[in-house]
Design a protein. Structure first.
Ligand code: 5GP
Ligand code: ZN
Length: 119
């Protein structure tokens, strides 16, 4: 069923505490943790606790949780003191755009100059 934990999903396992992660924030509906392969001095992933394959599926099914994810991403940026210098929130969607984990997640990137357009 949509939203149910998936046995083979890495991020569902992080939510369940079955795989360790460096958690920086948690809300009733979301978890934020450091990316294992950081692409910037700050690289945090914000994920919903429920399983949806990507951000568009999440917002279609559970819009309040998508809003929670964005709020938490903004809070991570404040916690990491990125608000002044600027930061980027990224939703890679589909393998062709670099998505490798098919559980919705926002990347929060900052702490260095960020080029536009991204590669
Ligand atoms: P995607 O490529 O799907 O947009 O992002 C998935 C992200 O998850 C990648 O940036 C990758 O480094 C990160 N990642 C993959 N496996 C793990 C893990 O076991 N722990 C953590 N903290 N991050 C992971
Ligand atoms: Zn999942």
């Amino acid at each position: 069923m949509a939203g149910e934990p998936q046995a083979d999903c890495l991020f569902c396992k992080i939510v369940a505490g079955e795989i360790p992660a460096t958690i920086v924030r948690e809300s009733e509906t979301t978890v934020a943790f450091r990316d294992i392969n950081p692409q910037a001095p700050t690289h945090v992933l914000v994920i919903p606790k429920v399983h949806h394959p990507d951000a568009a599926s999440l917002v279609a099914a559970e819009p309040q949780i998508a809003a929670d994810m964005l709020r938490e991403a903004g809070q991570v940026a404040l916690d990491e003191k990125l608000a002044g210098s600027g930061y980027r929130i990224v939703f890679n969607t589909g393998a062709g755009a670099g998505q490798t984990v098919f559980h919705a997640h926002a990347h929060v990137l900052g702490g260095r100059g960020l080029n536009w357009p991204p590669g």
